[in-house]
Design a protein. Structure first.
Length: 259
């Protein structure tokens, strides 16, 4: 081998090492962990952090809320704890630094459940989950499977998660963050949800939006006319996202599951 050939081989090995190293630094996210909702997340200074869920639900939902809280607490980066509610279920007024969970007969308005987050930039400052008993009183939806799935999914949105799949007729993925017409096996999070939460909360912030002393929004948000413009919808129009600019760098986002 000539001196020129030895030099070329050394250069080739060096180039190959660079390629391998770059590939190692750019390893893909865990399979399925690609359903962050716009990068929205709670600001906090350490992990795991604790998010309070305000209990504004009736007795028929208590066990469901307990299951939802336990399911998301299984994440390595966050815990949820159920605390006393601070809102009338019908209005479900949000409170800064936490998520209010409510159920009521909200009427035949077309939605089964919804999640709302208030965000300053990408930082969630407060949230609300509403479960519509007008539809859950119907035989089709008055099952543990439907209640668990919708509660789990709406709280999951307030953590910063989007759906893993948006086709109701696809095979179930075994997660509540999956659209489905049959929630039998879609009542709880799966590992991909926990992987995505680990990615979303893989950093810490210099401040926290979990502090209850933060100012709460006074914007009216109860009716569809209060949600702002529709910015997304599933192909079959079974779900939709609305966005409202509240001014001052704050916005309201509403994730709706239509009945």
């Amino acid at each position: 081998m000539t001196t020129t050939q030895r030099i070329r081989r050394r250069h080739l090995r060096a180039a190959l090492l660079v390629v391998i190293t770059a590939g190692a630094l750019a390893m893909p996210a865990p399979a399925g962990a690609s359903h962050s909702w716009g990068g929205y997340h709670w600001a906090r200074t350490a992990n795991p952090f604790t998010l309070k869920l305000g209990d504004n639900v009736s007795g028929s939902w208590d066990a469901v809320l307990a299951t939802t809280s336990a399911d998301w607490t299984a994440s390595a980066v966050l815990n949820t704890t159920i605390v006393g509610g601070s809102s009338k279920p019908k209005t479900c007024r949000a409170k800064a630094g936490m998520v209010q969970v409510c159920n009521s007969k909200y009427g035949r308005n077309g939605w089964l459940g919804l999640a709302q987050i208030w965000a300053s930039g990408t930082h969630i400052t407060q949230g609300a989950v509403k479960l519509n008993d007008t539809y859950f009183a119907m035989a089709k939806y008055n099952t543990a499977a439907w209640r668990n799935m919708v509660s789990c999914q709406e709280v999951g949105h307030t953590l910063g998660l989007d759906h893993q799949d948006e086709a109701f007729d696809n095979a179930n993925l075994g997660t509540c963050m999956d659209y489905t017409s049959n929630p039998s096996t879609n009542q709880h999070p799966n590992q991909h949800d926990y992987d995505q939460l680990a990615l979303i909360y893989g950093h810490t912030d210099s401040t926290s939006t979990l502090a209850s002393s933060a100012a709460a929004s006074s914007a009216r948000v109860h009716d569809r006319s209060d949600w702002g413009r529709q910015v997304a919808s599933s192909k079959d129009h079974r779900t939709a996202v609305f966005e409202r600019d509240l001014g001052g760098g704050e916005k309201l986002l509403t994730f709706v599951v239509w009945a």
